[in-house]
Design a protein around this ligand. Structure first.
Ligand code: UDP
Length: 388
């Protein structure tokens, strides 16, 4: 076989999301190596891809809302090479029985829900009382973890129904970490994230990827499926694979459970539909999990169309043809993934990364952070040891 398919690249990166783009950029910039990035979709950016809506001009997050936040200074510094950030700090709300409550659950949510004033100590005592049903047992799944954090009544109001819609999986089968993404606060602080660095990219998410991949040594080919070119690769070429891990092994150990999202877009004839960027719907009677109003992610921009674009989010199990978003990660999935890990260890010249490649619910900053780490620990030593 010849080198044509690589066009002189020293490495092939499969997937132009945050993990793949970060590695491509580092390898080109720091090591001066040619990189070929492919993605089977017609655009860069993976699920962080955004684009302007032609009617309203607002930036649509095609694959669900992306909110940048990190406490990792290295990641923040790195990303700022490619974008400036707005001062956006996310605040969220949940509608339950036609009332709007602030999220994450904080003292304001607790006071409003129980209809009286609580001091932080009183609220703690009440929640402790309500979560006493767990006894000394350490919470081992999402339901137990949620009850230990907020007590049964708040769990049933704000978490049970939302989680049923989002995962369609028994909450006792879901990992406890899913719920620890949401802080719980015994004060009136209502920012969604605790992280030190937060904001939205001033020119949108896609512009970050355009800058990362703009290097002369990086070639990006879109609409190219790795499995169509796999057999054309020269022997021994290093590959970074950031696609679904079960797909890589042709599902030999079984399918991993993924959730995907459908977003139903609608242009509303008002400049402001819901007064905030994301409104969660806690009750199962409402079929969608949340309503996004994209213009509110960028309050610093001029929105002059007089209209607003909203998206209703519906969650469902991903089939093979769908874009996978969230690893479900039940015990069965963990066992399946364990068998894929054993297979990964036997593969040569390939590195698996990113959310799909490692079956982990990574946020953007975690995908970037793990790519920076892989660059230092795997790729820098690999290329520095080679003279060609
Ligand atoms: N969650 C919930 N109620 C809410 C928001 C979140 O029960 O109003 C639970 C739900 O199980 C969800 C998880 O917390 O999957 C993580 O929520 P997050 O908003 O971080 O999810 P993402 O934005 O990644 O979809």
């Amino acid at each position: 076989m010849n080198d044509d398919v690589l066009n002189g690249a020293a490495i092939l990166i499969v997937g132009a999301g945050f993990y793949g783009a970060t590695l491509a950029e580092r390898i080109a910039t720091k090591l001066g190596r040619r990189v070929l990035v492919i993605d089977k979709r017609p655009h860069i950016g993976g699920n962080a891809y955004t684009e302007p809506d032609p009617t309203t001009g607002v930036e649509i997050h095609r694959y669900g809302p992306h909110l940048f936040h990190t406490s990792n200074e290295e990641v923040w510094r790195y990303l700022r090479n490619f974008t400036d950030f707005s001062a956006y700090r996310h605040r969220a709300f949940s509608t339950h029985r036609d009332q709007v409550y602030p999220l994450p659950i904080n003292l304001a949510t607790i006071c409003q829900f129980f209809g009286r004033r609580f001091s932080p100590d009183e609220a703690r005592a009440m929640i402790a009382e309500q979560s006493s049903e767990l006894g000394d047992r350490l919470p081992s799944n999402l339901e137990e973890k949620a009850i230990s954090l907020v007590g049964r009544r708040l769990y049933e109001a704000f978490i049970k129904g939302y989680t049923a819609k989002q995962w369609q999986t028994d909450p006792r089968e879901l990992p406890a970490q899913v719920i620890t993404r949401l802080p719980v606060r015994y004060n009136f602080e209502d920012g969604y994230f605790n992280d030190r660095f937060q904001g939205q990219p001033l020119d949108g998410y896609t512009a970050i990827f355009e800058k990362m991949l703009a290097h002369d040594l990086i070639e990006t080919r879109l609409g190219v499926d790795f499995f169509d070119i796999r057999n054309l690769l020269p022997e021994g070429v290093p590959v970074v694979y950031t696609g679904p891990i079960d797909r890589y092994f042709d599902y030999a150990e079984g399918e991993l459970g993924w959730r995907t999202i459908d977003i139903e877009l609608e242009i509303m004839d008002t400049p402001d539909y819901q007064g905030t960027s994301i409104m969660n719907y806690a009750d199962e009677a409402v079929p969608y999990t949340r309503v996004l109003e994209f213009r509110h992610f960028n309050p610093e921009r001029q929105h002059t169309s007089g209209k607003t674009l909203i998206g209703r989010e519906f969650s469902r199990f991903a089939r093979r043809v769908d874009e996978p978003y969230y690893p479900i990660d039940t015990r069965r999935d963990q066992a399946t993934y364990g068998r894929y890990v054993a297979r990964m260890g036997r593969e040569k010249n390939i590195h698996f990364g990113g959310r799909l490649g490692t079956y982990r619910y990574l946020d953007m900053h975690q995908a970037i952070g793990s790519a920076l780490k892989a660059f230092e620990t795997v790729f820098e030593p690999y290329f520095e040891g080679r003279l060609d």
